[in-house]
Structures are given as C-alpha cells and as structure tokens.
Design a protein around this ligand. Structure first.
Ligand code: ZN
Length: 502
C-alpha cells in the first residue's frame, strides 16, 4: 500500500485534538447527568485546562505545517480535510489561549449557576455569571470578526458560512406565513389532547422510548440514554453516543418525541464515516444539518400517520389503560398552541420561540441590549410573539441552557435544521418511491440507509449548503416547512391559508 507521510502526520496531529475534545465531551455529559452540584468549580477548572490544551494543539506550528502539505492533494477528501482543519485553526488562532481557557471556565460555571438560578426561579443569581460570559464572548466575536459583524463570528462556530444578513430574509419569509397560521388556528376550537394524557410511569416511558430508538436503528452497544434536566445528544465518538431525556408522568409526548429527536441526532453520530474517524471529515457537517436529522425522525416520521399505525399497538401493550384511536391521537400530535417553553412547543409555534432568541442575541451582540435588561426584553417579546407572559424567569429567560454555556448563535440552527428536515424527508420519499408502507410496518432501514448515504457517511466532506443541494436538489428554503405546517393545520383545524407566493 502506498504511504502518505503528510496525511499520516496530519491525522496523528488531529487525533490528539479529537482526543482532548472527547474528554471534554464526557465531562460535559457527566456535568449534565451525574456530577454532584458541589463538583461544579473543580469541573470548570478541568474544562478550562482542557480548552487550553486544545487551543495549544490547534495553534501548534506542526499542525499548520501538516495542513500546508495537504495543499498539493488532488483528492476531494483531502482538500476538504484541509478546508475544515483551517477553519478550526482560524477560530482557535484568532484568540489567545488565556481567552479560550476563560471561556471554557465561564461556560462551565455559567451552567452551574444557571441550574441553581433555575431551581430558585430567579434571574438574580445568574446575572453576574452571564454578564461575564457575554463579555468574554464579545471579546471572542470581535477578535474573530476582524472588523466584520461579531454575530457572524458566533454563527460560524455552529453553521459554517451562515451570516446574519443571510438568515434574516429566510426568517422573515418564515415569520410572514407562520404568524397568520398561528393566528388562524387560535380562532378555532382547541384540539382535544386527552388521548395523549393519562398515567404513564416514567420507567415505562423510558423503556418504550429506548425500544423505539433501537427499532429506528440506534445502536445501544455504542450509545446510552440517561436522564438530564435538558435533553441532548453528545457524540464522544461514533461508537460512544450519549443521549439524554426527561419526561412527564401525565403525558407521554415529551419523553417519546424527545427521545426520537435525540435518537435522530444519535443516528447521525453513529453513521459518521468510520474511515475518517478522528479527523475533521469524521465530524457532522454542521449544527443545522444535525438538527435536520433529529427533526426528521421526531416530526416527519414520528408525528406521521404511518409511524403511528406501527407504534400504537406497542404503546397499548406498554400502557394497557391507554386505548386512544389513531384518529384521536393524530390531532393531539399536531396541536398548535402558543406556550412558554420552547422544548415543549408544538411544531409550528416552535419557530416563534427561536425568533425571540434570534432577536435577543443579535441585540446583545450589537450592543443594543444589556444582560441586566434581558429578562424584561424576553418577557416583552414573548408577549408580542406568542401572546403569553412568563410568570417567572424559570419559564422565561432561564429555560434554556445554551446561553448559560456560551452558545450564542446556536438557536437559529434549530429552525434552519427543521427547514432542511422537511426537504430531506421529501427527497427520501421521492428517491425511495414512497415511505408510508415501510414506516407503517416498522421498517426503518430504507429511510435510514438513504440518510446514511446522503448525509451521515459524508461527514464534513461537503459544506452544509452543498450537502443539502446534493441530497435534495434544492437550496435551503422555508417554503416546504410552511407548506407542511399549513397542510397539517388545514387538516387538524380546518384553516385555509392562501399559502403566499413562496
Ligand atoms: Zn436537536
């Protein structure tokens, strides 16, 4: 076999960086699941140390030299390796090691302070840690933006190539049709959701959720499912994927749909290309592409009639007192009802929650909003966008962990990923000549194989826009999502919308 010393040098440098990152991820997962609260300070110090080591590795001359020697590579894979490596190096080298360490420390401390503030349902104890974190993020964004828009530098961490001016028209188009849709639904009688409510012991909900995750293809020999206060998925390695969940005893939807969502993320992680494991190309294409996978399984599969034709008998087996019919349950899975909590929001109003966060983040980093004014600004925007006002900070500004860990510029990817999920599902349906029959008989392999081929095994070979275009033949657009939501609302509520000229 031909040897490639330059490639080998690059891969061995990168494997060290990825090993540090895996250690960070295990510690982050542990912080959100099993770590005792008193361990928070030590954990923040440990994570700061690891961030410093990662920064040193990413900015080491030997890595840049190894990347430079890849420039003569003609293979697309190695050109893409160099492209991705340069992006990571640029983000690391743009800030001093001291700032990388402080950011990691402040993010870990922010999470601990957030947990406590949320427990007390008061923003007061969180204000100072958040202020510090925002200050550090502003420093980072200004350094990386180099005179450009600081918010773009934040977006770039999660969504390579995304910019504020690029996102605004997409979100404006979404808002323009979503607001009338939600208003039209509000004028109709509410959907009877009693078919999703009852008494569902959490242990049984977990068992059902894990079983469904396994049936759609999640490999539990290479993954776990644990409780956390905020559900998430972390890919420590493609053979070590951590999912978390939470549930409500009186409603089976949050746990089941949440596990389907995280399992969708998990399938992506487990399907990443083995041959590129530990290199930049072995990573997901972007946060929005990641979210497209979770939303596809949660909404396009998991709220669809075919899926429920298959699942309902199993649900009854697990919860014998639950005897709702599909005709009653289906509307309950598609109820549209403005609410205060994003992760429990329905598939339509969900994006209004994202628009609130998008607006507040941009204002924070444009210097138009102070951290101390955030709770009030939050409540005002909820009143205006969703017609509801939080009673306290726990159901308001403290509900999400993203800002507490310094993840600004992340929220938009939820909506971008949801748009992509509708486009990808439609493309899979076209390519496979329909999906209803396999889904109704619990055969998920055809869909998963398509996703493996078109998305998962490509890793970060293609940039997100290119990946989507190759898989679907289209650019990212809010129109398919809006058409889907309007069709569902038409069926459930009998509302007729003009659709508009998307
Ligand atoms: Zn997600």
């Amino acid at each position: 076999m031909e040897r490639h010393p330059a490639r080998e040098r690059f891969v061995s440098c990168w494997r060290e960086i990825r090993a540090v990152q895996s250690a960070e991820q295990v510690l982050e997962w542990d912080q959100e699941t099993y770590m005792p609260a008193a361990g928070a300070e030590a954990r923040a110090r440990t994570l700061a140390t690891l961030a410093g080591i990662k920064h040193a590795r990413l900015t080491a001359p030997e890595l840049s030299e190894a990347v430079a020697t890849l420039a003569s590579e003609s293979q697309a894979e190695w050109q893409a390796q160099a492209r991705e490596a340069r992006r990571h190096i640029r983000r690391a080298a743009g800030i001093p090691r001291r700032l990388a360490e402080e950011l990691a420390q402040a993010a870990s401390a922010g999470l601990a302070a957030w947990e406590e503030a949320r427990r007390q349902r008061s923003f007061a104890g969180f204000a100072a840690p958040l202020e510090r974190l925002v200050g550090l993020k502003k420093e980072q964004a200004a350094a990386l933006a180099d005179g450009g828009n600081p918010y773009d530098a934040l977006l770039d961490e999660f969504e390579p190539g995304a910019t504020e001016v690029g996102l605004l028209p997409l979100f404006d188009r979404l808002r323009a049709r979503l607001v009338p849709l939600v208003q039209a639904v509000a004028e109709r009688p509410p959907v009877d959701e009693s078919s999703a409510r009852g008494d569902f012991p959490l242990a049984d909900q977990r068992a059902l959720g894990a079983w469904v995750a396994e049936r759609i293809g999640f490999d539990f020999t290479a993954g776990r499912l644990d409780r956390s206060s905020h559900p998430f998925c972390l890919g420590v390695d493609r053979r070590d994927v951590r999912l978390t969940w939470r549930g409500q005893e009186n409603d089976f939807r949050p746990a089941l749909m949440g596990i389907l969502h995280e399992a969708g993320h998990g399938l992506y992680e487990q399907g990443l290309p083995e041959a590129w494991s530990g290199t930049p190309l072995g990573e997901p294409a972007s946060t929005a592409i990641h979210e497209s996978q979770s939303r596809l399984w949660e909404n396009m599969v998991g709220r669809g009639r075919p899926f429920w034709r298959w699942l309902l008998p199993h649900l009854r087996e697990r919860f014998p007192q639950h005897d709702a019919a599909l005709e009653d349950l289906w509307p309950a899975l598609h109820a549209i009802r403005p609410s205060l909590i994003r992760v429990e929001a329905d598939e339509a109003t969900y994006h209004l929650h994202i628009l609130v966060r998008f607006e507040l983040e941009r204002a924070l980093f444009a210097g138009q909003l102070a951290v101390g004014d955030l709770p009030h600004a939050w409540d005002e925007l909820y009143e205006r966008n969703l017609g509801l006002r939080p009673r306290d900070a726990a159901e308001g500004v403290l509900q999400d962990l993203h800002w507490a860990m310094g993840a600004f510029g992340y929220f938009p990817t939820y909506t971008l990923g949801t748009m992509a999920s509708v486009q990808l599902f439609a493309a899979a349906r076209r390519a496979l000549g329909g999906l209803d029959e396999p889904l109704a008989s619990g055969e998920f392999a055809p869909l998963l194989d398509w996703l493996r081929r078109e998305v998962h095994t490509r890793g970060a070979l293609l940039e997100p826009a290119e990946l989507l275009r190759e898989a679907t033949g289209e650019a990212l657009s809010p129109a398919p999502l809006l058409e889907y939501l309007e069709a569902v609302a038409g069926e459930v509520y009998g509302v007729r919308l003009q659709g508009g000229n998307e």
